[in-house]
Every structure is written in structure tokens, then in C-alpha cells.
Design a protein. Structure first.
Length: 128
């Protein structure tokens, strides 16, 4: 992690690079090779992505955002339009499946980009 480039991008550009799946160092290379598969290194600047471990963080944030949107929209639809239950199930069930699929990749990219920006790494304990 000490071999990181010294150029510091703004927080906004770091978040944008994560959203679109770009390298957190140069903002040009690809961060992910598949839907959620992390590339071994940047194909432009050569940054090794071994430091990156987003864990379950993206999934937690996606669940919270999706739940807020789906439940809020379902409540508003019920209060103002009172649609039948089958329509609720069709609309909100579909949205509850589609939103996480759309958001998970970009949330993972943002968390990895923020890890890089803030030089986050695993805690190391001193042995006795």
C-alpha cells in the first residue's frame, strides 16, 4: 500500500471514479473485470488492487437504500392511489430485485475508491 501514487484527486472525482468503475489512482483504468469481479491491477497505471477489500459493505448500503426507496414508494402509492395488492407485489417486488442489481457494482466501486483515498487497511495487532 506504500507504493501508491502521490497525486490526490478530489473527493467528488474519487466517488465518481468508483461509481463508473474506474481505477481509484488514475481514474482511467478499469476497476472491475466482471459484474463484481475485481481486476488484479489497473491496466493503465498498474496499481495493484490487493489493498481492496469491500467485504459486505456494498451489500449493506444497497439493502438500506433499496429498502428506503421501495418501502417509501409503496407507502406513498398506497396512501395516494390505493392500488390492488397484486399491483403492489408486481411493482415493488420487481423494483426490490432490480435496484440492488443496478446499485451493487457502483457501490462496490465507491467503497474501494474511498479505501484507496483514505489509505484504509486491515488492522494489525502487535503480538505479545
Amino acid at each position: 500500500m506504500d507504493d501508491r501514487q502521490t497525486q490526490q484527486h478530489s473527493l467528488g472525482s474519487t466517488i465518481l471514479a468508483g461509481l463508473i468503475g474506474r481505477c481509484p489512482a488514475c481514474h482511467r483504468g478499469r476497476l472491475l473485470t466482471g459484474y463484481l469481479t475485481l481486476a488484479p491491477r489497473c491496466d493503465v497505471c498498474g496499481l495493484d488492487y490487493d489493498f481492496a477489500d469491500s467485504g459486505d459493505g456494498p451489500a449493506v448500503f444497497v439493502i438500506l437504500v433499496t429498502g428506503f426507496i421501495v418501502v417509501g414508494a409503496a407507502l406513498l402509492a398506497e396512501v395516494f392511489y390505493k392500488p390492488p395488492y397484486w399491483l403492489h407485489a408486481l411493482l415493488w417486488g420487481s423494483l426490490a430485485v432490480a435496484l440492488p442489481l443496478l446499485l451493487l457494482r457502483s457501490f462496490k466501486g465507491v467503497l474501494i475508491a474511498l479505501q484507496y483515498r483514505h489509505k484504509a487497511e486491515e488492522t494489525k495487532f502487535a503480538s505479545d
